[in-house]
Design a binder for this molecule. Structure first.
Ligand code: PMP
Length: 469
């Protein structure tokens, strides 16, 4: 079969796989393993579905990579990009210049974010946004006359990106093990992960009591580092790549109190949680914090073109603007007009379709209801969701909440059954996660859960046959 629309037509799946194995180094990939399996070639998308080069339709329950929030094939975004490319495909914002698209998006985001945010700094990705946070936070404390306040506290198993600085902010041990990370000045506390701590710190505590305990790990770390040396605390409202870890409701308010008590800046990484994913526009609204800085990417353009940025709260912005002089930081693509034009069209669409309220009042609760029924499955130890992001924790022995042996990689087994059956569900260790496009309908949620149940049953059958249980 000839695959792909021009100019990509004319090769079979096998030919694409061979070319790919020869030339494309993929992100976060074991290349030898990939070459032996052969990469899957995705050729087109429509709504919540993508198609591969063999013509199989796949329900994309991960929105690409947590980004295609408005689904595939939205004409208004395509049109906005096309028009902007015709008019002015690029201009920089360095030399006393701007473009209408960049200024309009900054203005629009200022109106859409919590009251304290009036300024946006743009970049190309979530990683660059978090790098920018480090620059801003340290600049802020320099201008405050407290240059010794350099330490940023983050969390184990957090994901903040893949550049040297963003990977350091993140708490992924496998990433830190390659390349001598974290860079100096970044320290980590443990995560508010009730399931992961079930046989340890959370034992005997209900979720709310555990939330308070986990928040107080921040207080302990501040004491250890010395409050006068701590610049900021950063966290994802719900840890996404870490496994959709929805914190207890007590966690974030206590984190806010601790930051306030010590005058520490609070940074909300909203790269995944922003733009309606949690049922409010921002995860910090869902969990009740008032961050000083807020990073975004992905959902700002629904992934149609790359864009990221930082919303800078007045506490930092005022000082930077009034006393800072030149801020020595920026990217060629800070305020890229095509990306910003798509961002504006994306916001129009989210508002026109009232997607945030739909997630909060309709599809989010419906997904939670469907998810709860999975608790009857003999391999499901815990389910959690927040808006349209959800996790299903696989375990070997439900009453004892015992984990499968790590070498079995049960999550990967389940992921294979999903993919073979037309569903993209991601595995994070033994935790299966979904974050479907915000345009998903109730009918499509039913379809998604039918596929999830089949994948769980097939995984269970394989586990029984292999004697893993
Ligand atoms: N922060 C969070 C919370 C993320 O999930 C990600 C990406 N998955 C990033 C930052 C990094 O974004 P990017 O891949 O665009 O650099």
């Amino acid at each position: 079969a000839r695959i792909g629309a021009p100019p990509f037509a004319g090769r079979t799946t096998r030919e694409w796989q061979a070319a790919d194995a020869s030339h494309f180094l993929h992100p976060f990939t074991d290349h030898q393993a990939l070459a032996s399996k052969g990469v899957r070639v995705i050729t087109r998308g429509e709504g919540v579905y993508v198609w591969d080069s063999e013509g199989q339709r796949i329900l994309d329950a991960m929105s690409g990579l947590w980004c295609v929030n408005v689904g595939y094939g939205q004409e208004s975004l395509i049109e906005a990009a096309t028009q902007q490319m015709r008019t002015l495909p690029y201009y920089n914002a360095f030399f006393q210049t701007t473009t209408p698209a960049a200024t309009a998006l900054a203005e629009r985001l200022a109106a859409r974010t919590p009251e304290s945010f009036r300024h946006a700094f743009f970049c190309g990705s979530g990683s660059e946004a978090n790098d920018t946070v480090i620059r801003l936070v340290r600049r802020y404390w320099d201008l405050m006359g407290q240059p010794q306040r350099k330490v940023i506290i983050s969390r184990l198993n957090a994901y903040h990106g893949s550049t040297m600085a963003a990977a350091s902010l993140g708490g992924m041990s496998a990433m830190h093990a390659q390349g001598g990370l974290p860079i100096p000045g970044i320290v980590h506390i443990d995560q508010p992960h009730y399931w992961a701590h079930r046989h340890g710190a959370a034992q005997g505590l209900d979720r709310e009591a555990f939330g308070l305990l986990a928040a107080r790990w921040l207080e302990d770390k501040i004491a250890e580092v010395g409050a006068g040396n701590v610049a900021a605390f950063i966290g994802e409202p719900v840890q996404g790549a870490g496994g959709v870890i929805v914190p207890p409701s007590t966690y974030w308010p206590e984190i806010q109190r601790i930051c306030d008590r010590h005058g520490i800046l609070l940074v909300s990484d909203e790269v995944v949680c922003g733009f309606g994913r949690t049922g409010q526009w921002w995860g910090c609204e869902t969990f009740g914090t008032k961050p000083d800085l807020l990073t975004f990417a992905k959902g700002v353009t629904s992934g149609y073109v790359p864009l990221g940025g930082v919303m800078v709260g007045e506490r930092v912005a005022r000082l930077l603007i009034e006393q800072g002089g030149e801020f020595e930081h920026g990217y060629t693509y800070s305020g890229h007009p095509v990306a910003c034009a798509v961002g504006l069209a994306n916001l129009d669409l989210i508002e026109r379709e009232d997607l945030v309220a739909r997630v909060r009042e309709d599809t989010g609760p419906y997904l939670a209801q469907q998810l709860a029924t999975l608790m009857e499955h003999p391999m499901v130890g815990e389910v959690q969701s927040c808006g349209l992001m959800a996790a299903v924790q696989l375990c070997r022995n439900v009453p004892l909440r015992e984990a499968f042996a790590p070498e079995i990689a049960i999550g990967m087994v389940c992921r294979r059954h999903c993919f073979d059956n037309g569903l993209v569900m991601r595995a994070v260790g033994d935790r299966m996660i979904v974050a479907p496009p915000l345009v998903i309908t109730r009918g499509q949620i039913d379809e998604m859960f039918a596929l999830v149940r089949q994948a769980l049953d097939r995984t269970l059958a394989e586990a029984r046959a292999a004697g893993w249980l």
